[in-house]
Design a protein around this ligand. Structure first.
Ligand code: UD1
Ligand code: CA
Length: 457
């Protein structure tokens, strides 16, 4: 088995982001740039992942998940070579070290695997790219005869001829550990930027007859870095479009693939339709024939087959059964579990409640901390009063209950099977099965009463 060490360089300040947040913590598609890199790194099954951090140290650590990570502080940022020197004592003697950048979030697993394979566990490997505008990047200098990689020259150190080279160093490289220790100790800062360049290792390799193999990523955006909010936004668009394309390829209908946001994992069954401007966060699962109309946000939600989520609905931490109708303008909050054929209509908020099949709350209601049976009808404006200012209480509504409009159910309270609540009632006591309960002041009519009229000034 190949022994792979991975070092993620993430110590840069990122001043061009113009933000108090460390650069690598800025989010793309719902997770930090660094987390993207770490998640991909893990899939390569390395023996260790070392993260070199500097700016915003503690914040970066706290915001990043994984007990498998080894954090190494680089107090002063003296260059990429210096960054790797900080990690050197923790790198193995055998196997390979793969260097990744914390601000280059989208390098694909396949691309990295391919790069690892090209080394045959003994050569150096570089991920390079050909750019129309190579400005700012290190240039790949090749031997004029053999066309083999000869060196990497940084923009600031390059001569006029070298500046014309369009093949650039993406920064992602692999070096066999048996050479790396020695070469790292030989780096110096005799260059324009007075930095220890990791890239100087390439010339050392060539000098010692160790081949440097290069390969290119399938897609240009895999090696795009983030230095500014503008680049972050551009890369986010590219990435979102990639995700949208994958969904289209799987047969999902997207009204506009440029107007969907996926900040996590969206899993879709067959014949799913998603209208414009929907946001999916965390883990969302949409089963067969689910339709999501425009402007909905779903976070960690499971929606079963045939359900329709109508426009402008917000849903979080919920499980929705088959053939339900939700929205428009519904708010489904954490802990909600709806069985099949449940209808939740406009301006209805459901929180921490279970609703059994065939029940409906179609207008203007709050259902909180409630267990509701089957075939219940909740009239417009019904409120479960679950909170007394200090504690929360449960409302139980059994099967076949009919709750008239504008009713308050003051928890803890049980509305028994088959019972009916008259409109406008405030229910504070449990009801009996199959009875009618109401609490209403008697209606009076005053004959001859006149509406007030405006007084003349
Ligand atoms: C580097 C490469 C250049 C390549 C470019 C690709 C070197 C000398 N140059 O240049 O060939 O074309 O990346 O984007 O390696 N970092 C640290 N500690 C440091 C310095 C940097 O952790 O002391 C980290 C940064 O956070 C970043 C990465 O290393 O993730 C690259 O640093 P950056 O300063 O952007 O390197 P470039 O000068 O752009
Ligand atoms: Ca850079």
């Amino acid at each position: 088995m190949l022994n792979l060490n991975i070092v993620i360089l993430a110590a840069g300040a990122g001043t061009r982001m113009r933000s108090s947040l460390p650069k690598v913590l800025h989010h793309m598609a719902g997770k930090s740039l660094l987390q993207h890199v770490i998640d991909t790194a893990r899939l390569l099954s390395p023996s260790k992942i070392l993260v070199v951090y500097g700016h915003g140290g503690e914040t970066v650590k706290q915001a990043t998940s994984g007990n498998d990570l080894v954090w190494i502080e680089q107090r002063e940022q003296l260059g990429t070579g210096h960054a790797l020197q900080q990690a050197e004592s923790l790198l193995d003697q055998d196997g390979l070290t793969l260097v990744l950048y914390g601000d280059v979030p989208l390098a694909r697993l396949d691309t990295l695997r391919k790069l690892i394979d090209t080394t045959q566990n003994q050569y150096c490997a570089l991920l390079t790219a050909k750019l129309q505008n190579p400005d700012g990047y290190g240039r790949i200098v090749r031997d004029p005869v053999t066309k083999e990689v000869a060196a990497i020259v940084e923009q600031k150190d390059a001569n006029i001829e070298q500046l014309k080279i369009q093949e650039i160093n993406t920064g992602i490289m692999i070096i066999p550990n048996r050479y790396l220790h020695l070469w790292l100790s030989k780096l110096d800062d005799n260059n324009e930027q007075k930095e220890y360049y990791l890239t100087d290792i390439i010339a050392m390799a060539v000098d010692q007859g160790v081949s440097v193999i290069s390969s290119r990523p399938a897609d240009f955006w895999e090696t795009m870095g983030v230095n500014s909010k503008r680049q972050l936004a551009e890369l986010e668009r590219i990435y979102q479009r990639e995700i949208a394309n994958k969904l289209l390829d799987q047969g999902v209908t997207l009204a506009d693939p440029n107007r969907i946001e996926i900040r996590g994992d969206l899993l879709c069954g067959s014949d799913v339709e998603i209208d414009i401007d929907c946001i999916f966060e965390g883990n969302v699962h949409l089963a067969d024939h689910v339709k999501i109309k425009g402007h909905c946000t779903l976070k960690n939600v499971k929606v079963s087959a045939g359900t329709i989520i109508d426009s402008y609905s917000l849903m979080e931490e919920a499980e929705i059964g088959e053939c339900c109708k939700i929205g428009p303008y519904a708010r489904i909050r954490p802990g909600t579990k709806l069985a099949d054929h449940v209808h939740i209509g406009n301006f209805v908020e459901v929180k921490n409640s279970q609703i059994a099949s065939g029940s409906k709350a179609n207008h203007l209601s709050y259902i909180g901390d409630t267990i509701m049976g089957e075939k219940v009808n909740i009239g417009a404006g019904t409120i479960t009063c679950n909170y007394d200012g200090a504690n929360k209480y449960k409302t139980i509504i059994e099967d076949d209950v009919f709750v008239g409009s504008d009713t308050q159910l003051v928890a803890p309270v049980t509305v028994a099977k088959g019972s009916t609540i008259g409109a406008g009632s405030t229910i504070t006591k449990d009801t009996l099965a199959d009875t009618l309960s109401l609490s209403r002041p008697k209606q009076i009519s005053i004959a001859g009463w006149r509406r007030p009229v405006k007084q003349k000034k």
